[in-house]
Each structure stands twice: as structure tokens, then as C-alpha cells.
Design a protein around this ligand. Sequence first.
Ligand code: ZN
Length: 480
Amino acid sequence: MLRRILPFAVLGGLAAAGAATAREAPPAYDSATLTALSTIVAAARSSDYAYRRDEFLSDSIGPRLSGSPQAAAAVEYVAAELRKLGLTVRLEPVMVPHWVRGDERAELVDWPGRMADTTQKIVLTALGMSVATPPQGITADVVVVHSFEELTKLGDAVRGKIVLYEVTFDKRLETAGYGGDAYGELVGYRFAGPSAASRLGAVAVLVRSLGGANYRLPHTGSTGYAPGVTPIPAAAVTAEDADLIARLAAQGLVRMHVTLTPKTLPDVPSANVVADLPGSEHPEQVVIVSGHLDSWDLGTGATDDGAGVAQAMGVMAVLHDLGLRPRRTIRCIAWMNEENGAAGGAAYARDEKASIADTVAAIESDSGADAPVGFGTSLSAASAPYLEPVSSALVANSSPHIAFGNPSETDIEPIARLGVPAYAPLQASRTYFDYHHTAADTFDKVDRAGIAANTAVIAALAFALADAVTLPSREPFHDI
Ligand SMILES: [Zn+2]
């Protein structure tokens, strides 16, 4: 997921924009659409369809890293479930990376005050797409930095060393409900940290885990290597172990032995699952509801992003149960490979280039099932007259907030860049990043009422946009 604009911060802007544009507001919805929105919200809130689909993805299939047998099983499962709803289902072929985790062990072998014949275990996990150490591991001194600026100042002093990015997740921001913003502040260290350290001659990189709960759990996540940079092994250490290393390094030399044996195997054919409820008047015009089907391998991908896929499926189930067919097509997509390559979103943008002008909205849910507060949109507050009726219908779901100028989620970003307005449900993110990308992302973390309430947000938004008489204007894509 990407960093969000703080949702509560823009409410004043919403009211002001609504007032300013109310005079010339076009009739965006007819009364039948507005009545249906309330019905949809109530039906989604009382359904456990999404909860049960997430349960199957998490418990019966399990972790679904791209290229794995479980990812393939999840494609078949979701396609079969959507066919049961009478939808037109196809599998869009996507080639995906196939990275597999190996052994991951580390220990401190020397530090200030060490007693003879002792070591200190360090709990870590390889970052996704990391290269391996030699089989016997590497032994090197650890250099602790708190920012890219500090790394750059050290310059040649980093050569031959293991660099630890000791960057601390802002728990106060998470406690206030803005876990995504706390994550967004630091995710660049995980993704770009290995390349920055490699350029200075470092032999490996450790990143303090990005997450809000300290139960000595490492948080994995994708990393990458810039073109021309020597790839070096990279891992996330737990917050506790990062603190330990930093305390000891403040006293003197800390030396570590680390072994990581992941492998990158040849790319594997996989698929996005694409299921249509054809529109009654404009079947060629499409509103996308989506989540990503792949997950990290440590947990079972219950919140990231089984919950998002299940919510998108839940939208289709609610419309099916209510017998509602909007004017435009609603397309449910379960994306493949969000976590370590985003090949699914890229393939769709390539394959659907000719239909982009008719793709009127793309919604992706990729922040779990915490209590929803509303939704974000890449559009500016000029779209307020079109979106306020949806907000009104969501008062009954305690989620009426709209965040304008919100960045796009990963899988829909390629089509957002081509001009498709992007949307996402917004949650009060207080616990999502406690488990994110860890072994603790399991089904017990999914709140039954929360997943239903998030489904209600997406269902109302998708139906409104698919059934609107007139739609908000497209706007150029903004990088955040
Ligand atoms: Zn995700």
C-alpha cells in the first residue's frame, strides 16, 4: 500500500468545495440510485460473505506469494467463487517473479562487554527479492545509520560493513489512526536502502522492521536494486534487535554473522482474475473494484490482502443478492503480484490500453479491514458534488469522510497514470501495521464487522459511480 493523505485533515476542504460548486452541480444521480445506495450499505454490513472468503484464502489456501502453488490455487478459487455469482470471469495472463525464502539466521559474534564464547541471536527475515549471502554466510562489522543523509556522510566508512537503517516507526501516528502515514515515512528505506548502501561498498543491509507492535517479529516486504548497483543481501530485523545493535554500537564495535539463502527462480505464468457484471446501459464503461491476491509468505495474507480481495468479491455478492445491475459494468479484479513486482497491474494497463478512456473509476482495497472512516480519491475537491451523495449514504456505516488528492494504490496506479480516477476505502489504521508482512498476518486479525463495513464503503462507491447519470471529470495524475 501507499502513503495516504491524512483523511481527517481535508474535511474543511470538502465542505468548502461543496458549497462553492453547489450552484452548478449537475444531477449526478437519479432517485433510484440514491435509494439503492442505502440498501446496498445495509446489505453489505449484514453479510459475512467477504469474511468467509477471506477465511478460505487465509486458512484453507494460506500464504500466496507470486509463483507459489498457493497463489495458483487462489486464482482458481476466486475465479470459481465469482462464477457462482453468475459473472463473466476470465483469467488475464501475467508473468510473475518467483522468489523463495531460504534459511535466515544471524548472530552477533562480537560487541562491547561480550563474555568469552557467547553470541547474541538476532531475529531477522530476508526482504523480498533479496539476493543471498554465500551459503556459509558473511561476517562483518555493523554500521548504524538513522537516515540516508547520515549514510552519505559516512561515505567510505561503510565499505565492507553491514549497514543497519535504524529508523523508528511512529507509533503515535499509528495510535491516532494513521498507520499508513507512519509506514509511508519509512518504506523508502526498505526499498531503496540496499542500493544506497551498496553504492558505498556495504556488503549487506539490515532495516529496522516497519511496524507498530514489538513482539520481536520481523516485517518483510519488497526491496529492489537500482540498475547498475551490485545487489547485496538485505533483511529486516525486529525492532528489539535493531535497538540492541544500536545500543551496543553506541559503545563500540559490533560484529555480526548473517546467513540468508533466498533464491530467485525463473518467472512463472500466473493471472489476474477479472470478473464482470455487465452494465445495463453502457456495458463498455467500467468501474473496477479490486484487491491483490498474492501475499507475503510469512503469515497467511489475511489482512494483506485477503481482506481486500474478499471485500471486492463481497461487492459482487451484495449486488447479486439484491439483484442490482447498474448502468455501467462493475469489474472485480483480484490482482497478482502486488507485493514483489506489481506485474498484474502493469499487465492490465498494457492489455486494456484501448479501453482506458471507458474505464471511469478504479477502486483498490489494500489496507486491511480496520474500521472504515470513508474513502480517498485521486480527484481534487472539484469532484465533491459527485461524491457527497456517496458520503451521505455512508453515514449509516460511520464512514462518510472523503480524502481528495489521495495517492493511488499500487495495482491501479498504472491505469491511474493513464487518467483513470483512483479510489480506495480509508480505515482508522491502528493495528494493521502491527501485523503487516509478518507471520502474525493471520485470520484471527480480521474483524468480522470491519470487513463487512469496508465492503459497504466499496459497494456504495462502486455502485454510485457505475449508476451515475454524470461523472466527475478526469484529472491529470499527480505524484505524491
Ligand atoms: Zn497489500
